[in-house]
Write a protein that binds this ligand. Structure first.
Ligand code: AMP
Ligand code: FE
Ligand code: FE
Ligand code: ZN
Length: 290
């Protein structure tokens, strides 16, 4: 039998992707995936809709990408980092409370970014930005980016980030994210496993030093996303070596966002043994089979 095709990081319209959860499962089938994880930012709101349309033979890993903050490991200011949590109990009270808080932070921060851009003369307003955000979804910069595209300020979501919304831009506003060690504890307490998402996506801004990954490994981190579209070959090699030394599971994922990004579903994948190892460390909700 051919090896399973496994993509452990995707986003739907419940956060900043453009496919509904149902559409995302259809896209996973079209990409000939055997296993797909739904990992919206700070919400589990798409889990049930995705599960309801799971085709025979496909497996769904229910997860989320948590907005976190970390020290860089070399002094300096803290950096925003993302943590993938898989197969945790979505009713765990700490997780529920923290996700509610983060979604509220996201919305408030988006309003502040819009106000700052409008004050500088950009043709954006909250109403237009919110028209790209379904009720209850996690707000993010891509929603503002789409409003900027619609207004003709930029030609694409990517151009909006490069010119106006990246982490170094005057319009970028940080939010009050969860300390990454706390987020790992929270995911584990709810029976899940935690994987460090795209730790060396350098184009997005400053990243952590390897020493931080060493510390997090002893604090319960289970894996590290090595094969990611935003990782350079040298950084993948560095992370692979680090993972081997620290006994961390190596994952690979597309970080699919529908048309908000150009990467197709299944562009990067995770080895079946790595997937099995992650699942074996969970005690929350199981992998769903269609
Ligand atoms: P936020 O969650 O509001 O901080 O926005 C970060 C999100 O923006 C990431 O999760 C990505 O989905 C998206 N993003 C970052 N850089 C780009 C880019 N160059 N093009 C498209 N989307 C991007
Ligand atoms: Fe995103
Ligand atoms: Fe991310
Ligand atoms: Zn992501």
């Amino acid at each position: 039998m051919a090896s399973l095709r496994i993509d452990l990081h995707t986003h739907s319209t419940k956060s900043d992707g453009t496919d509904t959860p149902e559409g995302l499962i259809a896209a996973a089938a079209a990409a000939k995936l055997d296993v797909v994880a739904l990992t919206d930012h700070d919400t589990t709101g798409g889990w049930d809709a995705a599960a309801a349309v799971l085709p025979t033979g496909m497996q769904l890993v229910r997860g989320a990408e948590f907005s976190c903050v970390s020290a860089t490991g070399r002094g300096g200011r803290d950096v925003a980092v993302h943590l993938l949590g898989y197969l945790f109990d979505p009713t765990h009270s700490t997780i529920v409370a923290e996700q509610v808080r983060l979604r509220s932070e996201r919305l408030e921060r988006l309003h502040r970014m819009v106000a700052k851009m409008a004050a500088d003369g950009y043709p954006v307003d909250a109403e237009t930005v919110l028209s790209f955000l379904p009720d209850g979804a996690s707000a993010g910069r891509p929603h503002l980016a789409r409003a900027l595209v619609a207004a003709g300020v930029v030609g694409s979501v990517n151009e909006a980030f490069v010119k106006l919304l990246n982490n170094g831009s005057p319009y970028y506003m940080p939010m009050s994210d969860t300390p990454v060690g706390t987020a790992i504890d929270m995911v584990r307490a709810a029976g899940g496993v935690a994987v460090f998402a795209h730790p060396l996506a350098r184009l997005r801004g400053r990243c952590v030093e390897p020493s931080v990954i060493v510390e997090l490994a002893s604090a319960g981190l289970a894996g590290v996303e090595v094969d990611h579209p935003d990782h350079a070959p040298a950084d993948r090699a560095l992370l692979r070596g680090l993972a081997a030394d620290l006994d961390l599971v190596v994952t690979g994922s597309s970080d699919y966002h529908g048309t908000n990004k150009t990467t197709p579903m299944g562009a990067e994948t995770t080895a079946p043994e790595a997937f099995e190892e992650l699942v074996s460390r969970t005690a929350g909700v199981g992998v769903l089979s269609g």
